[in-house]
Design a binder for this molecule. Sequence first.
Ligand SMILES: C[S@@+](CC[C@H](N)C(=O)[O-])C[C@H]1O[C@@H](n2cnc3c(N)ncnc32)[C@H](O)[C@@H]1O
Length: 137
Amino acid sequence: MNNPRLYTIGSSLQIRDAKEILEQHMHKLSWGYGEKVLDIGCGPGTVTTSILQPLLPADATLVGCDLSEKMVAFASAMYGNETIKFRQMDVSKPNIWDEWEKEEFDKVFSFYCLNWIHNQRFGYVFIILVHAYLESH
Ligand SMILES: C[S@@+](CC[C@H](N)C(=O)[O-])C[C@H]1O[C@@H](n2cnc3c(N)ncnc32)[C@H](O)[C@@H]1O
């Protein structure tokens, strides 16, 4: 999963499913001023920018992160701007908070990524930590 152009050509299923799941659940979320949103495993940034971002409040900022440097470089070059940034990150690493601020994000999304994480233990620990943090705020 390291070829952004090839992935983009063959990702109609991912686009369809992300759209469907967001249509079903997005209305359940409440939003504050200037929220910071993370998309884990953003790949080439297509879903992040064409499906997720249009559904966010105009004042929200969005970060897409991905394990693959190539995906991040592609997404940054194609879509990066003041409101959307892309960063390299491995969510299966145990020391995730060395690289990220604990209170950096208000909402976290992820589409078709967790199934790729070999070290599910750390991947899910990260998600659970984020969820617990969001629940408490
Ligand atoms: C199937 S793609 C999904 C891309 C995009 N979310 C979409 O729906 O089109 C899975 C992405 O997860 C990324 N990924 C896999 N393991 C990861 C990890 N441990 N941390 C961050 N991203 C990871 C891959 O590099 C890949 O770009």
